[in-house]
Design a protein around this ligand. Structure first.
Ligand code: ATP
Length: 247
C-alpha cells in the first residue's frame, strides 16, 4: 500500500559477545520521505542500532536479533554492507570516512557508480558540488588536510553518490562548531526535500537537529523510551534525555 514504510524494524535486539545487550527489542518505522532523529545518552545504543541497519555489525556480533527487520519488504539481517548499499542504504559514519592521500575530487570519483536502485532522483557529481560548493573549492586538496566540516561534507557527498533511498547519519555534529553543524543540517534538509531521500540520524545536538526531523526516538539502555513527533519535543523531553527520568 501507499503508506508502506521504507524501513520497518520490529523487535531488534543486538547483544555483543561480551554479553552487553546494546539494543533491546527496538521497533522503528521510517515512512518514505521521513526524517527520524535518534537520541540518547552515551552508551544508549545509538551507534549499534545504526550499524545493525547498515550491515556494519558482522553477524557473529549479533547473538540475538529479530526476524522481522524489513527494508522495502526484505530482511536486512546478515546482509553485507555492499548488498545494503546496492539496495539503497548509505551510512555516513560517526568518525568520518574519507580517503587520505586522495584529493576531495578523487574521493568522490572512487565511489562505485551504481544503477540507481529506484531512487527518486539520480544524484550526479555536479549535484553534489552544487549542494556542497565548499567541495568544489577544495577539490584538489588532499582529504587528510580538510577541516572537520569539509570532511563531513565529503562523507555526505560520497554517500549521496551511492544513490541512497535511506541515508543513515551518525553524529554529524561530532567535534564541529555550531555554525557548521547548522549548515550541515540545512544540507540534510535539502537532501531530504529535493533529493527525496529518507533520513535516519543520530544526533547529540538535539535542538539543532529538531527542525530537520519529523520524529524523535529516544533510546535508554538500548530500549526505546520515547517515540514522538518532533514538534512534541519539550523541555521535559530534554530533561529526560539528560537526567534519565520519566519521559
Ligand atoms: P555514544 O553516544 O557514546 O556513541 P551510543 O548510544 O552510540 O553511545 P553504543 O556505542 O551503541 O552507544 O554502545 C551501546 C553499548 O554497547 C555500550 O554499553 C557499549 O559499551 C557497548 N558496546 C559498543 N560496541 C561494543 C563492542 N564492539 N563490543 C562490546 N560492547 C560494545
Amino acid at each position: 500500500g501507499g503508506d508502506d514504510p521504507l524501513l520497518q524494524v520490529t523487535g531488534l535486539t543486538v547483544t555483543y559477545p561480551n554479553g552487553v545487550t546494546a539494543v533491546r527489542d527496538v521497533d522503528l518505522r521510517c515512512p518514505k520521505g521521513s526524517a527520524t532523529l535518534v537520541v540518547g545518552a552515551n552508551g544508549a545504543g545509538k551507534t549499534t542500532l545504526l550499524r545493525a541497519l547498515t550491515g556494519t555489525l558482522t553477524s557473529e556480533k549479533i547473538a540475538t536479533s529479530a526476524e522481522l527487520d524489513r527494508y522495502r519488504g526484505e530482511t536486512l539481517l546478515r546482509r553485507s554492507p555492499d548488498e545494503l548499499t546496492a539496495a539503497g542504504i548509505a551510512l555516513v559514519p560517526e568518525r568520518t570516512k574519507v580517503f587520505p592521500g586522495l584529493t576531495a575530487a578523487e574521493n568522490l570519483d572512487v565511489v562505485p557508480r551504481r544503477i540507481a536502485a529506484g531512487a527518486d532522483r539520480f544524484v550526479t557529481r555536479d549535484d553534489v558540488l552544487e549542494l556542497l560548493p565548499r567541495l568544489a573549492a577544495v577539490a584538489r586538496t588532499d582529504a587528510a588536510l580538510l577541516s572537520g566540516g569539509e570532511k563531513q561534507m565529503l562523507a555526505i557527498g560520497r554517500a549521496l553518490l551511492t544513490q541512497p533511498r535511506l541515508l543513515v547519519i551518525d553524529e554529524l555534529s561530532l567535534g564541529l562548531a555550531p555554525a557548521i553543524v547548522r549548515d550541515l543540517l540545512e544540507k540534510v534538509a535539502t537532501i531530504r526535500g529535493e533529493f527525496g531521500v529518507t533520513v535516519l540520524m543520530v544526533e547529540q545536538a538535539v535542538r539543532a537537529a529538531l527542525p530537520v526531523a519529523d520524529r524523535v526516538v529516544m533510546l535508554r539502555h538500548g530500549a526505546v523510551v520515547a517515540d514522538l513527533a518532533a514538534d512534541q519535543w519539550t523541555d521535559a523531553s530534554e530533561a529526560a534525555l539528560i537526567g534519565g527520568g520519566e519521559v
